[in-house]
Write a protein that binds this ligand. Structure first.
Ligand code: IPD
Ligand code: CA
Ligand code: CA
Length: 254
């Protein structure tokens, strides 16, 4: 059965309404730690449970891989879901967090949506058919000078206590760019590259559910998505998305 973009948007927006209910009642939000620096809340669990049930109802032929519940059924044709990307921000009442839903068919990302309910922004893309924000087509920025660029990054590597913790890389690039941001949601970061709000985003030690939807949205908006050596592809452990025009300049500093 072909996927209906309208059906998917309705399902994902309903998931957003569930998340917002918890977001508006943070003082009673149950929060647990998956690891010393990794949180999960009842909102993450509730949103993922809703998405798993609703997507199975509409598209029983696809399997499901969610950050909080793991893998179920077919993993060759599956939904890849991060119910709340940016949980830490969510728990503090900040607005940069998103619901990330991707469809992967035989290893190829064919649909992606990232809904940021607190920002009321819905980003989506279908392979080969472009990227949209709130129903309008979007594309990457035209900035071609790294010195005038705005970049964003994240520090999952700090959570993983990695030796390469991104701090020296960040300082090298911060020194030569005009703007630097750490928004707190890799899924939303990738959409901001797609929308031309930032010119490049990179992060290490992520998982496919963090980046699958956002990477497709960025690619369909004209971004490059590579590892830190410039190899094209979606590599969650080392992802770099750029507007293409500053790729060679930023690779030289990665
Ligand atoms: C996190 C966000 C954050 C990134 C973390 C991720 P989560 O996702 O994407 O930007 O820096 O490494 O874990 O844990 O809130 O789903
Ligand atoms: Ca995540
Ligand atoms: Ca998450």
């Amino acid at each position: 059965m072909p996927i209906s973009l309208i059906t998917l948007e309705n399902v994902i927006r309903e998931a957003g309404a569930i998340a917002l209910t918890h977001f508006k009642n943070l003082k009673h939000l149950e929060i647990t730690k998956k690891s010393p620096r990794d949180l999960v809340t009842e909102a993450d669990v509730a949103v993922e449970a809703f998405l798993q049930q609703a997507l199975a109802e509409h598209y029983p032929q696809y399997g499901f891989w969610g950050e909080e519940s793991g893998h179920s059924a077919s993993q060759t044709q599956r939904w890849i879901v991060d119910p709340i990307d940016g949980t830490h921000s969510f728990t503090r009442g900040q607005y940069f967090w998103g619901i990330s839903v991707a469809l992967e068919i035989d290893g190829e990302l064919v649909f992606g949506a990232v809904y940021a309910p607190a920002l009321n922004d819905y980003y989506s893309a279908k392979k080969g058919e472009g990227a949209w924000k709130n129903g309008e087509p979007i594309k990457v920025s035209n900035e071609s000078n790294l010195g005038d660029a705005m970049i964003s990054t994240g520090f999952a590597c700090l959570r993983s206590y990695l030796k390469d913790n991104n701090l020296q890389r960040f300082c090298r690039i911060a020194e030569v760019t005009t703007g630097q941001r750490r928004f707190g949601s890799a899924a939303v970061d990738l959409c901001l590259v797609a929308d031309g709000q930032v010119d490049a985003f990179w992060e290490q030690e992520l998982n496919l559910y963090d980046v699958a939807a956002g990477a497709l949205i960025a690619l369909e908006a004209g971004a490059t998505v590579t590892d830190f050596q410039g190899n094209e592809g979606v590599f969650p452990k080392q992802i770099l998305a750029t507007n293409g025009k500053i790729l060679s300049q930023i690779l030289a500093l990665m």
